[in-house]
Design a protein around this ligand. Sequence first.
Ligand SMILES: [Zn+2]
Length: 123
Amino acid sequence: MADFSDEQLQKIWERTNGKCHLCGAWHTFDTYAQDDGWEVDHSKPQAKGGSDHMNNLYVACIPCNRSKGDQLSAREVRKSNGLQTIPPSTKEVRRTRKIWVCVGAVCCFALGIFGLASSREVS
Ligand SMILES: [Zn+2]
């Protein structure tokens, strides 16, 4: 098993915002390699030519990773756990939050304009 630097682990953790890419369970960063924590999964197993490159590495619960083994694809395991896609990254989660704040602001603004316009029509 490859050794990862703290910086690499942080990047891997942020790729799914700490969620197991196989079942969606959430792990805090500091439970890396602990019994009920997470470890780094090679989405495409090394036995099948998967690399140590960042885009092949994900957070996985230790039991999830062990049961996936080298034979199943990550997609198959996700499907059997009812997950459609890889959980969003920390960046995506923040971006989505920002988008909703913007949508809220635009809606309030539009409602305000609409309210103003309709109140003018009445008078
Ligand atoms: Zn899991």
